[in-house]
Write a protein that binds this ligand. Structure first.
Ligand SMILES: Nc1ncnc2c1ncn2[C@@H]1O[C@H](COP(=O)(O)OP(=O)(O)OP(=O)(O)O)[C@@H](O)[C@H]1O
Length: 157
């Protein structure tokens, strides 16, 4: 295969990956929830000016949750394809186990977030206490997050 064709295929691979991610976002409420949570974590990290190692831990856990949710979606599609609409105990168990894996990682992510942010809770309250605009921005973010999770792309499979 020529280098030109190899490069073309390499580029196309990224396209397929982004298309998979976009499908996951459109079809999975949980994925949209995680993305909203990632935005909130990024904002809190900026407010608290976390250390480099804390930022690293947060980025790894956020990335892990999003990646695992994408794998969970792939497993759901594969199971649905294999079942062709039939119900089966094993199919249900496969989906439940995949969802359980995401849940375990989410518990870990919440642990990391607590370890980073709970020690700075006073700093966070102090930041919002004298900035009414920041409180309004947080409320608007929460409302948009809710719509992003429960209204956008509703019913897409
Ligand atoms: N083919 C199947 N056979 C048996 N149980 C299934 C099957 N498909 C799904 N289930 C059960 O239903 C649960 C939810 O399945 P899934 O994540 O596919 O969502 P859904 O039923 O399509 O609904 P939605 O995506 O709207 O939340 C699974 O975790 C599993 O327990």
């Amino acid at each position: 295969m020529s280098i030109k064709n190899s490069l073309k295929k390499f580029g196309k691979g990224f396209g397929y990956a982004f298309s998979g991610l976009w499908r996951c976002i459109r079809t999975q409420r949980n994925m949209r929830f995680h993305i909203g949570a990632a935005g909130a974590v990024a904002a809190l990290a900026a407010i608290c000016s976390v250390s480099r190692s804390e930022a690293l831990a947060l980025m790894l856990t956020v990335g892990g949750v999003l990646a695992l949710e994408t794998v969970n979606t792939a497993i759901e599609y594969t199971v649905d394809l294999a079942c062709k609409g039939e119900r089966s105990e094993k199919a249900g168990a496969a989906k439940d186990c995949a969802a359980g894996a995401v849940l375990v990682f989410c518990f870990g992510a919440v642990g990391v977030a607590c370890a980073v942010f709970l020690t700075r809770i006073n700093e966070i309250f102090a930041y919002f206490a004298d900035k009414p605009a920041a409180v309004i921005a947080a409320a608007v973010y929460a409302a948009l997050w809710f719509c992003w999770v429960f209204v956008c792309f509703n019913g897409e499979k």
